[in-house]
Design a protein around this ligand. Structure first.
Ligand code: C5P
Length: 314
């Protein structure tokens, strides 16, 4: 692998992971997608993307999960950068360094964070001066979860999850994320959700998905106990059906004192809300001892969306 040197002029952007505090899934649409009503929270696990002019397209993976980063054209950060180059007629190629600290294929939108960061980095590098809504529009063409890491904070998502609106919230919340060995495919989890609903006939006459007043109230008041009780994910039964071990993990975390436990997005990461930083440490110790997951990460939320941090880490 060619390692890109840290050249002057490289632009580095930091983008956060997300957890869906609530994920309500409507019936399958004719285009294969599902209408969602969801509330995202950006959490303090970040990837950093550095873009440098180069004589060929290349991905340079670094960081905790470097080994799991695809380095070909399928990489969402590369697709994002090529999209900007195409749309604005920029005839340049880039070396894209991805410093990956967001768990891969875990339902925390790590690939989407990389794409969002690459959009912002290219905008800066090429001096395009794009507006936030132009970036959000490009982001939505790359994937349903790509607009949110640009925004960060707490936001409500509708449509495919790509139409964002701000959410009134106060306080900081403390999380423990239990990371699995093996990823779960997002389309497979949605397909399993459809299959389970067909079995029970629950897809017919399904009301439009809506976020609950309990969750919005918990965010407004900054009350972690109320938020823990309001966490909800319609994809959870599907994730548990494909991976029954995740239910065991979620139940264990709740038994060990989490205020709430939920599969993050389409999984397999399980997110546990705790009362405080200390409670997160205690929960991590208990979960580690139970040996039900590969890794545990602590984080707090909400945090800011994608932002330029300047020169690359060395
Ligand atoms: O938009 P994105 O490429 O991230 O979506 C990946 C897959 O997840 C889609 O192909 C679809 O199977 C599923 N999905 C869905 N409804 C959504 C978002 C994603 O069915 N709102």
């Amino acid at each position: 692998m060619t390692v890109a040197p840290t050249l002057p002029g490289a632009v580095t952007v930091r983008a956060p992971a997300k957890v869906n505090l609530e994920l309500r899934v409507g019936p399958r649409r004719p285009d294969g997608y599902h209408d969602l009503a969801t509330v995202f929270q950006a959490v303090s696990l970040h990837d950093e993307i550095s873009v440098t002019r180069w004589d060929e397209w290349q991905v340079v993976p670094t960081g905790t999960y470097a080994a799991l980063i695809p380095t070909d054209g399928d990489n969402l950060a590369v697709r994002a950068a090529k999209l900007v180059a195409e749309q604005w007629d920029v005839d340049e190629k880039l070396s894209i360094r991805i410093d990956k600290d967001i768990p891969v294929a875990g339902g925390m939108a790590g690939g989407s964070a990389d794409a969002a960061a690459a959009l912002l980095a290219c905008d800066q590098l090429w001096g395009l001066g794009l507006m936030r809504d132009e970036l959000a529009e490009l982001a939505a063409t790359l994937g349903s979860d790509v607009p949110f890491p640009l925004t960060g904070g707490n936001a409500m998502g509708s449509g495919r999850g790509d139409q964002l609106a701000p959410v009134l919230a106060r306080g900081t919340f403390h999380w423990v994320f239990a990371i699995s060995d093996v990823g779960l495919s997002t389309p497979a989890v949605y397909a399993e959700c459809d299959r389970l609903r067909d079995l029970t006939g629950s897809a017919t006459d399904m009301p439009e998905p809506q976020v609950s007043p309990e969750l919005m109230g918990a965010l407004r008041s900054g009350d972690p106990v109320a938020l823990g009780a309001a966490l909800h994910n319609d994809l959870e039964p599907a994730a548990f059906s494909l991976r029954p071990d995740l239910k065991e993990l979620r139940d264990a975390g709740v038994e060990f004192g989490a205020l709430g436990g939920i599969v993050s997005g389409s999984g397999p990461t399980v997110a546990f809300l705790t009362e405080s930083h200390e409670a997160s440490l205690d929960l991590s110790v208990s979960l580690a001892a139970a040996d039900l997951c590969r890794d545990l990460r602590r984080a707090k939320g909400p945090v800011h969306g994608a932002h330029v941090v300047g020169a690359p880490r060395t």
